[in-house]
Design a protein around this ligand. Structure first.
Ligand SMILES: [Cu+2]
Length: 156
């Protein structure tokens, strides 16, 4: 009897994990970009796979590390890369969509104090079918153009 209760409890506790194993959506390689102290905004990147046979979309995200979380993309306007908010990020059936610097991203606006390199940024993704997916995104320093303080002099 006791054993059964324990097993049941354990199973219930593991249920969210089990659900993920067969989940319609999965996320790989999530990370958030570390920013210099005082900078209010950052972004998170990841690959999102729609394992289903129907098209879906990521419709919103939230995060414990920022006041506001938006879905963004970059577009070329008058020869300049500009960010703009998008209503959703389409996830075609069976496809993996990559959110990466210079393209689609989860914008983190109004970073909270604990946002620092080597911490984990917790994100919750919401999909058009009502599913939610919790994602842990390590905060990483990017060595590329996003962190170009060392190179500022070179363009002059
Ligand atoms: Cu953005």
């Amino acid at each position: 009897m006791l054993r059964k209760i324990v097993v049941t409890t354990l199973f219930t506790a593991l249920l969210p994990l089990a659900a993920h194993a067969e989940a319609l959506f999965s996320v790989e390689g999530a990370y958030a970009r570390a920013v210099p102290p005082g900078q209010p905004n950052s972004a998170a990147f990841m690959s999102i796979t729609n394992h289903g046979d129907r098209d879906h979309a990521l419709v919103s995200a939230s995060s414990s590390v920022a006041d506001v979380t938006e879905l963004h993309t970059h577009t070329m306007e008058d020869g300049m890369m500009k960010m703009r908010q998008v209503e959703k990020i389409d996830l075609p059936a069976g496809a993996t969509v990559v959110l990466q610097p210079g393209g689609l991203h989860v914008m983190l606006i109004g970073l909270k104090e604990g946002f620092a390199p080597d911490t984990q940024a917790e994100l919750t993704l919401r999909f058009d079918n009502g599913e939610e997916l919790a994602v842990e995104a390590p905060v990483k320093r990017l060595r590329m153009k996003m962190m170009n303080h060392d190179n500022h002099g070179m363009s002059h």
